[in-house]
Design a protein around this ligand. Structure first.
Ligand SMILES: Cc1cc2nc3c(=O)[nH]c(=O)nc-3n(C[C@H](O)[C@H](O)[C@H](O)COP(=O)(O)OP(=O)(O)OC[C@H]3O[C@@H](n4cnc5c(N)ncnc54)[C@H](O)[C@@H]3O)c2cc1C
Length: 466
């Protein structure tokens, strides 16, 4: 406990999901007497954003399963006030006050605070295309969006959908819609879907998604939508290298990336970086000593590059929330940063990455070498062994691993986590080649793919001269 128990400070937390509730809970553990208030702009808190696509497809079969804790739990068990439907719209750090707008009211209210943690997350990027306010145009970011999608589908039985953007969210949305019988066309601006992955990895997913019946239009962007008199999009116009094509559609999903929810800090000294995310110290403190920030609304230190980066994952948000809650109550903890580890499970594949890409490695002037190989997920003699494709990026000079990406039907996530640990610990390919990893025929091969790709890299580096 850091506060003197006679003190009663007011701590405001902005945002009631992963990082915000972690921060509020940690602050409460440290300070039994502080007044802790969570301001949440939406109707829900403590929801599993990552499970939302599975609610659309029906794999998550009960709306209540999307939630971990209720507002009542926080009020009763943790003495944390939850104010739903209250959006923070402005901030005056000099006067230590914030401005909030309650849903359904135009009135601005102000509340004073002693300390604050900003955990406002991120929101989908708004495309500059008019007409996207249509009844059948959706984002997939929160519970409200998901309910709107589900209700629209139940009432209107759409047959064809256009998913704009072929990154993680676009692919998860495509899979969810395909599973309930909707034919999807993905419109992707880049050269391929999952274009933050190496082509050796993303091309495998690309083939599988196509084989499953999804159409993918690469190098294409949404140019315009055509609506009927009922504000329903009937077709969209796609631009591909100067050519315009029209495709008919019953539903549009907008999945073109996210920016941090930080508009309300404008005009303060809080500094923003990539994707409008807040720059903090490693203690997650902003330019103001009494304001901390955590989660998707924040930049994190990329542990490979040493630079501020935007790596919006739930795993980062939960840890940052806890550290910010610790430090806002007088603690001295450090969030060391992130190596950018993420995994998606879609179209029967696990597709995962950690560390940096080959392109980033070259731009950062590493003597980067990229090696790709296929391995068995476990011993061939046992049923169900599947191919895992591994791409490893290594620095020739230091022999340190800079990044790893994988795709396969099993055993990908656990192996990417091994590499996440190796990169964090600054291990070389020689260290990881001899790493003592577990083996049994049903789970691995005697030389695990993690060891093997490093062995292969050792041979490749021996052949090269820079
Ligand atoms: C479809 C989908 C699937 C995902 N799957 C994964 C996955 O498998 N693995 C993974 O690691 N990550 C996944 N993510 C990302 C993950 O959900 C986020 O990294 C995580 O939710 C971030 O937590 P957070 O608390 O920082 O922000 P959020 O969860 O976004 O919470 C922020 C909260 O703040 C509220 N808020 C925003 N602005 C204001 C304001 N001005 N005033 C008051 N309240 C405000 C919002 O309503 C929201 O409830 C997924 C994201 C999506 C959209």
């Amino acid at each position: 406990m850091y506060f003197n128990s006679s003190e009663k400070e007011k701590i405001i937390i902005i945002g009631g999901n992963v990082s915000g509730l972690a921060a509020a809970s940690q602050a409460r553990r440290n300070t039994p007497n502080a007044e802790i208030i969570v301001l949440e702009s939406g109707e829900y808190i403590s929801y599993g954003t990552c499970a939302l696509p599975y609610f659309i497809s029906g794999i998550v079969d009960d709306f209540n399963k999307l939630f971990t804790y209720s507002p009542e739990f926080f009020e009763k068990e943790r003495n944390i006030r939850i104010l739903l439907n209250n959006k923070v719209v402005g901030l005056n750090p000099q006067k230590r006050e914030i401005f909030i707008q309650t849903r359904g009211s135009n009135e601005l209210k102000n509340i004073g605070y002693d300390k604050m943690v900003i955990c406002s997350g991120s929101s989908p990027v708004n495309l500059q295309v008019s007409g996207l306010d249509a009844k059948n145009s959706f984002y997939l970011r929160n519970v409200g969006d998901t309910l709107s999608i589900k209700n629209y589908i139940n009432k209107n039985n759409p047959k064809k959908a256009s998913v704009i953007g072929g990154g993680s969210i676009g692919i998860l949305a495509t899979e969810a819609l395909s599973k309930i019988g909707i034919k999807v066309t993905i419109i992707e601006k880049g050269q391929s879907i999952f274009n933050d992955f190496e082509n050796e990895i993303s091309s495998i997913l690309y083939k599988k998604v196509k084989l499953d019946g999804t159409e993918i239009l690469n190098n294409s962007s949404l140019d315009a939508v055509l609506k009927d008199d009922n504000n329903i999009i009937r077709s969209i116009s796609i631009k591909n290298e100067g050519r315009l094509d029209n495709i008919s559609t019953d539903l549009v999903m907008l999945c073109t990336g996210a920016n941090a929810n930080t508009d309300f800090v404008e005009g303060t000294s809080i500094e923003l970086g990539k994707n409008k995310a807040i720059k903090t110290s490693l203690k997650l403190q902003t330019a103001y000593s009494n304001i901390f920030a955590a989660g998707d609304c924040c930049c994190v230190k990329n542990m490979v590059t040493g630079k501020y980066d935007f790596i919006p994952t739930a795993n980062n948000a939960a840890k940052m929330g806890r550290i910010a809650g610790e430090n806002v109550t007088g603690g001295n903890s450090v969030f060391p940063g992130s190596v950018g580890t993420k995994v998606d499970k879609a179209f029967d594949f696990e597709i995962a990455r950690t560390g940096i890409s080959f392109k980033d490695a070259i731009e950062l002037q590493f003597n980067a070498v990229k090696i790709t190989e296929n391995y068995n997920s476990h011993a061939k003699a046992m049923p169900g062994a599947a191919t895992i494709t591994v791409t490893l990026i290594v620095d020739f000079n230091s022999r340190k691993i800079l990044g790893v990406q994988m795709i396969g039907k099993e055993g990908v996530a656990k192996r990417i986590d091994t590499f996440a640990a190796a990169i964090t610990a600054n291990m070389t390919i020689d260290d990881v080649y001899m790493l003592d990893l577990s083996y049994s025929p049903g789970t691995s091969t005697v030389w695990d793919p993690v060891n093997k790709i490093c062995g292969r890299a050792i041979l490749e580096l021996a052949k090269k001269r820079f």
